[in-house]
Design a binder for this molecule. Structure first.
Ligand SMILES: NC(=O)c1ccc[n+]([C@@H]2O[C@H](COP(=O)([O-])OP(=O)(O)OC[C@H]3O[C@@H](n4cnc5c(N)ncnc54)[C@H](O)[C@@H]3O)[C@@H](O)[C@H]2O)c1
Length: 369
């Protein structure tokens, strides 16, 4: 593969000690959103990009004429003086590019999930420690005010002991028709690891991040491996021939504190809503739903439903913008992060155990962390 450093022009943003030089590994869909949001910041300069798809690389080069573009990320890491790298490649390419970027002296934002396996995740965390660099995981739903409200309520003890979390990440017909989201060998799985991970991780975070001890799951594939036919949907004509992931995952996780979590996640299921991302908590003192954001408890001799009178904007782009701000503020200004990559490990263990159980026809598998 030819290495293409396609421009050598300097970056137009004036660089000083408070400008973060960021390079990208992978410049597809999610990189597009990250780039648009980072472009709003005066203290960030995207100075390099690496991307193996020539058309995508060409498009990014046109959008960011001052950035140095590469087809080989290792060449980018060797040549460029960067402060941080954003890893936006398919899941199978989270571990090695992250480790390489850390070893090259960069802080890293790695998109979710952390990796394909717990063992990979551990290697990434070790590399960050050894390099003394910051490694952040792309869990943007932590930056959603609904999540922060419920997390704080949990910390205040409003739910008492949380006994049960119910997770839903369901699309009626939302099989991605781009990228490699239907290829188990490149992504590690389907909706569970792609969209389920978001709701699983924010539920787990809101439960106080208990340690998972076992998991069981069943998974079903019945639509993605067939042509989309004439059915109208948001992303028709997915690649059914390479589709090897589940359409629907249904699982159960047990934690060391006795709590239990149920998860349902689907790219395609015959359900009422086009898309439903939500969770519910039940504790011995109170419960909650994330959307609408309501706490169910007892007060003044009555059962009451409490809702925040005002929440910051929960629109996807706004929440994502806070994630990017969290990353930049952490690496540039040393502000604390609410999404350290270490938090990705328990989530990874739960995902992997759910898939392992499904491979064993739903038999409960233990999780050792
Ligand atoms: N946080 C979120 O809400 C969110 C949303 C979507 C995707 N993601 C995650 O982001 C990652 C990428 O997803 P996407 O939607 O952008 O997929 P995508 O297919 O649109 O983009 C991935 C890009 O990586 C490129 N690539 C592959 N191998 C490469 C390599 N060796 N070097 C450089 N580039 C390489 C591909 O050519 C492609 O352009 C996935 O891990 C996914 O889980 C996160």
């Amino acid at each position: 593969m030819a290495t293409a450093r396609q421009t050598s022009r300097g970056n137009s943003k004036v660089r000083n000690n408070k400008t973060l030089r960021i390079g990208f590994i992978g410049a597809g869909g999610i990189a597009d959103l990250q780039l648009r949001l980072l472009a709003k910041r005066k203290d960030v300069a995207v100075t390099a990009l690496s991307e193996v798809n020539p058309e995508t690389l060409q498009r990014r080069q046109a959008e960011l004429p001052d950035a140095h573009c590469y087809t080989d990320y290792k060449e980018m890491l060797k040549t460029e003086k960067l402060d941080a790298v954003s890893v936006c490649t398919p899941n199978i390419l989270h571990m090695q590019p992250t480790i390489d970027a850390l070893r090259a002296g960069n802080h890293v934002l790695c998109e979710k999930p952390l990796s394909m396996t717990v063992a990979e995740g551990r290697k990434m965390l070790t590399a960050a420690k050894r390099a003394r660099k910051k490694l952040i995981i792309g869990f943007q739903y932590r930056y959603d005010p609904r999540t922060q409200y419920l997390r704080q309520a949990m910390e205040e003890g409003q739910f008492g002991n949380i006994l049960y979390g119910r997770v839903q990440a369901m699309r009626r017909r939302g099989i991605p028709n781009w990228g490699v989201f239907g290829r188990k060998e490149l992504q590690g799985g389907g909706p569970l690891i792609d969209i389920g991970v978001h709701v699983l991780e924010m539920t787990h975070y809101t439960m106080g991040a208990p340690t998972p001890v076992s998991a069981s799951a069943d998974m079903f594939t019945y639509l993605g491996n067939k042509p989309s036919g004439g059915i109208q949907s948001m992303w028709p004509n997915w690649d059914h021939e390479t589709y090897t992931v589940e359409d629907l995952a249904v699982g159960r996780i047990r934690f060391d504190n006795g709590a239990v979590l149920h998860i349902e996640s689907a790219f395609a299921a015959h359900v009422p809503d086009a898309s439903q991302m939500n969770f519910q908590l039940m504790g011995d003192k109170g419960g909650a739903t994330w959307s609408p954001t309501v706490i169910f408890t007892d007060e003044a001799g009555h059962m009451v439903n409490k809702e925040p009178a005002w929440l910051a904007d929960t629109a996807f782009d706004k929440v994502f913008e806070r994630k990017m701000k969290g990353f930049v503020d952490h690496v540039l200004y040393n502000k604390p992060t609410i999404a350290p990559a270490t938090d990705g490990l328990k989530v990874q263990a739960m995902l992997n155990a759910l898939y392992a159980s499904a491979d064993k026809k739903g038999k409960e598998v233990s999780i050792k962390l």
